[in-house]
Design a binder for this molecule. Structure first.
Ligand code: BG6
Length: 504
């Protein structure tokens, strides 16, 4: 079955497009990094290509590597060619590149900041950007405090200043609090944009539309009708040469603390009174506050050994370059969580996240309770399968509802079929990259899709409680093969409750 094609609302699109940001200079700390090349500059290019950016804007790259303006522009030009979703247009690139500068410095040392200040001043004069500044911190948490202090001390007296902070935001609750306190010394909460790129994904935003722009879901979106929820963030990729980061973070800090808990909060939250930064974030933080600490039996972890991904042999985690031979870092986490409020009491939220799993798949499955009494003769287990609303965040973006249907013919055989809405089919347009949406939102001063200080701290409090007991035991790692669906302990977590992970 296919749902009727839905036409995008050109009026709403138009209103947003018409609100172009004011001229600005964006400074990226961590400009020689992967994120800048693969995501940030290509996203800015696409925004410019679609006329979302003002005529006048500048981009300053800051990193340790010595490089001339020209060399950096050249690298970024290649990055756009390789990673932007829009066709490369030399005349557009030349226009963007004219406002691009590069400053080589030890991130934030006094002379470096002075040099940056000079460059920003020059761009302000050249491009008439009126002191409007965005600072993007794509650097490790250890570098953030110094940079914030240095730029905080030199805040421009004119225009507006906004600060985008990449994840990981701290390493635990204490370090996240420390970071929040340091940043708030120089910047007001409205000026701070803590990024979680999952919130920029079109399908994640669609969760709010699905729930709150349709009348049929909310009445059944609760403990009375929902048996349990499963949230999966599965990746087939390994750690992609990021051992120094990943050895410290592991799956729980890399994915659960941010992306996964945000997905859970959006699934469980109450309807906000409006789609505004404060209203949406107030509701999400209430969910995070109502989550109680899972007991140690309800949090399991794994680490991948060697195996096969799409027929290709891949190394185990401990054999990855720069990973310790006896590393106890988890590359997989699963947990059973509860949201203790009237809507969700006693409804389990099973979550799992892992690297080197069989397939890339991010989904949220709302499994409803079984029909209380099927009046049909039951021929197969199929007849008894509950309805599942499946939100495909990626890939195959869309929504699908599993319902029982009669198999044509004599008798009453029942089989599960799917009512599907696929983005590709319904809208026939490519989905924007998450970073396009988030960069533009920040330039427009809209923080709805960014995480507030209290949300981050609640997320860390939960993660700290989950990892607390880990110090006491040493599971036998590796405990799942690359290319599988994770360790047996994760299956047992659900089997104990008479449930199982959704079939793939
Ligand atoms: C990042 C993590 O935040 O998200 C990576 O650090 C992970 O480890 C990535 O691969 C996944 O993002 P996406 O958009 O590909 O699901």
């Amino acid at each position: 079955m296919t749902v009727t094609e839905v036409v995008p609302n050109p009026l709403a699109e138009g209103l947003r497009a018409r609100r172009t940001p004011e001229p600005f200079v964006l400074t990226i700390f961590g400009a020689s990094g992967d994120l800048t090349q693969r995501k940030l500059i290509p996203a800015l290019y696409s925004l410019a290509s679609r006329n979302y950016l003002p005529e006048r804007f500048g981009i300053v790259g800051v990193a340790r590597t010595e490089m001339s303006d020209e060399a950096w522009r050249e690298r970024m030009r290649e990055a756009v060619k390789d990673h932007a979703r829009d066709e490369f247009r030399p005349e557009l690139w030349d226009r963007i590149a004219a406002g691009m500068r590069y400053v080589a410095t030890e991130f934030a040392d006094e002379p470096g900041e002075d040099r940056l200040g000079t460059v920003l001043g020059e761009l302000d004069r050249e491009l008439r950007t009126a002191g409007n500044r965005v600072y993007y911190l794509a650097v490790p948490p250890s570098a953030i405090q110094t940079i914030v202090t240095e730029i905080g001390k030199r805040r421009s007296a004119q225009g507006w200043t906004r600060l985008i902070v990449e994840k990981p935001f701290g390493h635990d609750l204490d370090t996240a609090r420390e970071l929040n306190t340091c940043i708030r010394e120089y910047f007001a909460e409205e000026e701070i944009y803590r990024i979680d790129h999952y919130l920029g994904k079109e399908t994640v935003q669609n969760m709010l539309v699905l729930r709150f722009a349709n009348g049929i879901f909310e009445p059944i979106w609760n403990r009375q009708f929902v048996d349990h929820v499963q949230i999966t963030v599965a990746e087939s990729l390994g750690i992609e040469g990021r051992a120094s980061f990943y050895e410290q973070a592991g799956a729980i800090r890399d994915i659960v603390q941010n992306h996964l808990l945000q997905l859970l909060a959006l699934t469980a939250m109450e309807p906000p009174i409006e789609f505004s930064a404060e209203a949406v974030r107030n509701e999400k933080v209430k969910v995070l506050r109502s989550m109680h600490t899972p007991g140690p039996k309800n949090v399991v972890r794994g680490q991948y050994g060697p195996g096969f991904i799409e027929g290709k042999e891949v190394a185990g985690y401990r054999e990855e370059p720069d990973v310790a031979a006896e590393s106890m870092t988890e590359t997989y986490v699963a947990a059973k969580l509860y949201v203790d409020n009237w809507r969700w009491a006693d409804t389990p939220f099973y979550i799992r996240a892992g690297k080197r799993l069989a397939r890339r798949e991010t989904t949220i499955a709302i499994q409803f309770k079984r029909a209380p009494h099927p009046p049909f003769e039951v021929h197969s287990a199929e007849a008894l399968r509950p309805n599942v609303l499946l939100l495909h965040i990626q890939p195959d973006e869309g929504v699908s509802l599993a319902v029982g249907a009669k198999v044509p013919g004599q008798g009453m055989t029942i089989r599960t079929v799917h009512m599907d809405f696929l983005y590709g089919g319904a809208f026939r347009t490519g989905l924007p990259e998450a970073y396009e949406r988030l960069l533009l939102d920040c330039l427009l001063g809209d923080a709805t899709l960014f995480t507030r200080a209290d949300e981050i701290e609640e997320q860390w409090a939960l993660v700290d409680a989950m990892v607390g007991p880990w110090k006491r035991d040493r599971p036998a790692f590796p405990n799942y093969g690359a290319g599988s669906w994770g360790p047996a302990v994760a299956d047992e977590l659900l089997h104990r409750d008479g449930r199982s992970w959704r079939r793939h």
